[in-house]
Design a protein around this ligand. Structure first.
Ligand code: 7RM
Length: 656
C-alpha cells in the first residue's frame, strides 16, 4: 500500500547524508548554511526576499514596498515593474546563454527539436505579435489547451510578454471541463493544436475545442490559434480559427516585453477542492517569478551546465513552475518530452536521459512505482551515469519506492529531493536542499528558507512531535496564490479560516495531514479533505459525483479513493440507480465513459459498485469513512452508531 501510515513513519529511521562530492560543489553546502539562511529569513522575511529579488531578477522599476499584508490578501514588491518573459528570455540574450539550449524537446514518435534562448525569444515575440493582431490586449485572458510541444511554452511566454493572463487546461481534460474553465476565466482566445501524441494515439485537441465552443459554449472567445502538430484534419471555422504557422510567416519578431506591475495577474490555474467546481488559483507576476526561480535554484542545486528534465505536463503547476518559468528564469536547459512510458516503449524515459545526458530528473511517485512494476531491465540497459539529482512530487512517496529510486535510478549517488508543495503555493515549500539537508525516505524534510511551516490541531495549537495534525504555513511568501479567481471569499474561507485566526494571526491551511519528527522533519500523510490523489493528479470527489449524477440513470453517487499499488489511489464510485434502471456491466461501462466525457480520462472510475442505498447518518449525510473502508476491502472500522439503517451496510458488504 502506498499511503504512509503513522506506524510506518515512526518505524522509518534511515537517514542519508548529502554525499560530500555533492555538497562541495553545491550552492548551499552544509546544514549550518541552511540553518543560517532559515534563521535570517525568519528574523526578517522582507529583507530576505527583497535582497534575492534585487540580486536574481531584472526589474524595469524597483518596488516601493516589499510586502503589503492585509490578511489573507498579500501584495509583494508593490510599485515594482517587471516582466517574467523578459526574465526568462531577453536578459539571457546579452550573455553567453544566448546560444545555450533553452528547451530540448522530444516528441513521442521520435522527432525532436532544440531551441536556444535566442530562437525561443524569437518565436515568443512572434506569437506575442500574433496575439496582438488577433485583438488580445493587456489584461485579456487566453486559454491554452496544448500537447507537450515547444509551442505550449511559447504560448505561455507570449501571453506573459504582453500581459495577457493565461489559463492552461491540461490536454487530458474533456471538452466539457475545458468549457467550464474557459467560461470561468472569460477567455478571449484559445491556443491549441490539431492534435497531440499520447501513448501511440492522436488526441484530437482542436476537435475538443470545437465541441467546447459549439453553440456559443464560451461566449467570450473571439479567436482560436491552432498549431499544426499531427496534421490531423480539422474543421477550421473561417474568421475564428487561424493556423499559427500561417500567421507566424508574416509577423515581426520584434515585440518588447510589456512592463507589468508586480501584482498584475500572470495566470489562473484551476485545481480541485472539496466543494463543487474547480477553483481558479490566481498567481501574479513578481512574487511568482522570484519564488519559482529561487526554489528551483536552491532545491535542485541548479548549475549552468545542467540538463534538467521535469516529466510533468505544462497543464499542471509543476509544468508551469518547473518546466517553463523556474528553469528559463534561471537560464537553464529544460527538457520537454511529449511521450510517456507505454507498452510499445516501456524504456523511453531512460532513452531520453541517455540521449540528452540528463543531470537532474524530476518525476512523481506514481511514475516510480510504475517503473518498478515494469522492471529493472529497462533502466539497467541504459547509461544513467549523467544523473546527479533526483526529485519527486505529487503525493507522499513510500519508502520502498524511495529506496528503489535511490538505488536503481540514482546509483546510490544522487540525493533525492522530495518536494512538498501545491498549485496554491506556486513553488516548493518543504524540501531538502540537497547539499545541506540529510534525507529520510518518505519525508520532505525541512521548510525552504522563508517558509514558516507547522503542524497544528484544529484550533491552531501546535501538536507535539510525532503527533498527527494539519500542515499550515504561518507567514506569507512571494509565491503564494493571491485569490480564487472571481471569488475572494472562497479564498478566505478555504485556506485561511478553516483554522480560525487567533489575535489577527492567520494560518494558511494546506488541506494535508502531517507530522513532525524529533528532528523537525515533516512527514506529509495526504489530504484531509474530499480531494483524492490519483496517479499524482488531484481530483475532487464532488466533481466526479456531479459528473455521475448528471447521467439520467444515476440517482445518487458517492466517490471515494481506494488504495492502489501504482496510482496511490484509484476512483471508486458507489452508485444508486433511478427506479427504471437496473445494474449491468454495460451500464457500468457507460457511466465510466460518461465521467470521461464530463471531466477527462484521469477521473475514470476504476470501479463502480451499484447499491440500493448509501450508508447515511440520521441527518442524511453519506458516511464516506465507511465507504472508504468498504472500497479498500477492509472491515468497517470505528463508530457506526450514527448509521441510520444498518441493513444498508450488510448489503454493501455482501456485494464486496
Ligand atoms: C505540486 C502538486 C497538491 C497536493 C498536496 C499533497 C500532495 C504534493 C507532495 C504531496 C506528499 C509530497 N500540486 N503532494 N507533493 N504529498 N509529499 N512531496 O502536486 O496542487 O496538484 O497537489 O499533492 O496532498 O496538497 S497539486
Amino acid at each position: 500500500m502506498s499511503q504512509p501510515t503513522i506506524e510506518s513513519i515512526l518505524q522509518e529511521k534511515r537517514s542519508f547524508s548529502p554525499p560530500s562530492e555533492f555538497s562541495e560543489k553545491a550552492q548551499i553546502k552544509s546544514l549550518q548554511e541552511y540553518q543560517q539562511l532559515y534563521e535570517q529569513a525568519k528574523a526578517d522575511p522582507q529583507k530576505f526576499w527583497a535582497d534575492l529579488a534585487a540580486q536574481e531578477l531584472d526589474w524595469f522599476q524597483k518596488w516601493d514596498t516589499v510586502l503589503d499584508w492585509q490578511p489573507p490578501f498579500a501584495k509583494w514588491f508593490v510599485g515594482g515593474k517587471i516582466n517574467i518573459s523578459y526574465n526568462c528570455l531577453d536578459r539571457h540574450l546579452t550573455t553567453w546563454r544566448r546560444n545555450k539550449a533553452a528547451l530540448i524537446w522530444e516528441g513521442e514518435p521520435g522527432d525532436s527539436r532544440t531551441l536556444t534562448y535566442a530562437q525561443l525569444h524569437r518565436e515568443v515575440c512572434q506569437m506575442a505579435n500574433v496575439l496582438k493582431q488577433l485583438g488580445v490586449q493587456k489584461g485579456d485572458c487566453v486559454g491554452i489547451y496544448m500537447p507537450m510541444i515547444p509551442e505550449a511554452a511559447i504560448a505561455m511566454l507570449a501571453c506573459a510578454r504582453i500581459g495577457a493572463p493565461h489559463t492552461v487546461v491540461f490536454g487530458g481534460f474533456s471538452a466539457e471541463a475545458l468549457k467550464d474553465r474557459l467560461v470561468d476565466a472569460s477567455a478571449k482566445l484559445v491556443i491549441t493544436a490539431d492534435g497531440g501524441w499520447r501513448k501511440d494515439a492522436i488526441v484530437p485537441l482542436k476537435d475538443q475545442v470545437d465541441l467546447a465552443l459549439a453553440n456559443q459554449g464560451v461566449p467570450s472567445i473571439e479567436n482560436v490559434l491552432v498549431v499544426e502538430r499531427t496534421k490531423q484534419t480539422t474543421q477550421m471555422e473561417p474568421g475564428r480559427d487561424h493556423w499559427w504557422h500561417e500567421l507566424q510567416a508574416g509577423v515581426s519578431a520584434d515585440c518588447p516585453a510589456e512592463p507589468m506591475d508586480s501584482e498584475d495577474m500572470l495566470f489562473i490555474l484551476y485545481t480541485s477542492g472539496t466543494t463543487g467546481k474547480p477553483k481558479g488559483v490566481v498567481h501574479t507576476t513578481a512574487g511568482y517569478n522570484l519564488y519559482s526561480h529561487m526554489t528551483l535554484k536552491w532545491a535542485f542545486d541548479l548549475q549552468d551546465t545542467d540538463v534538467y528534465w521535469c516529466t510533468a505536463d505544462v497543464g499542471w503547476i509543476t509544468g508551469h513552475s518547473y518546466i517553463v518559468y523556474g528553469p528559463l528564469s534561471n537560464g537553464a536547459t529544460s527538457v520537454m518530452y511529449e511521450g510517456a512510458p507505454r507498452p510499445s516503449n516501456p524504456g523511453c524515459s531512460w532513452d531520453v536521459v541517455e540521449k540528452y545526458g540528463v543531470n537532474i530528473f524530476y518525476t512523481a511517485p506514481t511514475a516510480i512505482r510504475a517503473f518498478i512494476k515494469m522492471g529493472e531491465q529497462y533502466p539497467n540497459a541504459r547509461d544513467l551515469s549523467s544523473l546527479r539529482l533526483l526529485g519527486t512530487v505529487g503525493e507522499p512517496i513510500n519508502p520502498e519506492a524511495w529506496m528503489w529510486y535511490h538505488k536503481v535510478i540514482g546509483g546510490e549517488r544522487c540525493p533525492i529531493v522530495d518536494t512538498w508543495w501545491q498549485t496554491e503555493t506556486g513553488g516548493f515549500m518543504i524540501t531538502p536542499l540537497p547539499g545541506a539537508i540529510p534525507t529520510k525516505p518518505g519525508s520532505a524534510t525541512l521548510p525552504f528558507p522563508g517558509i514558516i511551516a507547522d503542524v497544528v490541531d484544529l484550533e491552531g495549537n501546535p501538536v507535539s512531535n510525532n503527533q498527527g495534525g494539519y500542515l499550515v504555513v504561518r507567514h506569507p511568501w512571494p509565491g503564494m496564490m493571491r485569490t480564487v479567481y472571481g471569488d475572494p471569499d472562497r479564498f478566505r474561507r478555504t485556506y485561511w479560516e478553516h483554522i480560525p485566526p487567533q489575535d489577527g494571526q492567520y494560518l494558511y491551511f494546506a488541506g494535508d495531514g502531517a507530522r513532525k519528527d524529533e528532528d523537525g522533519y515533516f512527514w506529509v500523510m495526504g489530504r484531509v479533505d474530499d480531494v483524492i490523489n490519483v496517479a499524482g493528479h488531484r481530483l475532487g470527489t464532488m466533481e466526479i459525483e456531479s459528473a455521475l449524477v448528471s447521467h439520467p440513470a444515476v440517482a445518487e453517487a458517492a466517490v471515494v479513493g481506494r488504495p492502489d499499488e501504482v496510482k496511490g489511489e484509484d476512483v471508486f464510485a458507489f452508485v444508486t440507480l433511478e427506479g427504471s434502471y437496473s445494474p449491468s456491466e454495460e451500464l457500468e461501462k457507460e457511466l465510466k465513459q460518461h465521467v470521461v466525457k464530463e471531466i477527462g480520462a484521469i477521473a475514470r472510475p476504476g470501479q463502480i459498485r451499484f447499491t440500493d442505498g448509501m450508508p447515511k447518518t440520521r441527518s442524511g449525510k453519506i458516511m464516506r469513512r465507511l465507504l472508504r473502508n468498504l472500497a479498500a476491502g477492509q472491515e468497517v472500522a470505528g463508530d457506526t452508531s450514527t448509521l441510520e439503517d444498518r441493513g444498508v451496510l450488510d448489503k454493501l458488504r455482501g456485494g464486496a
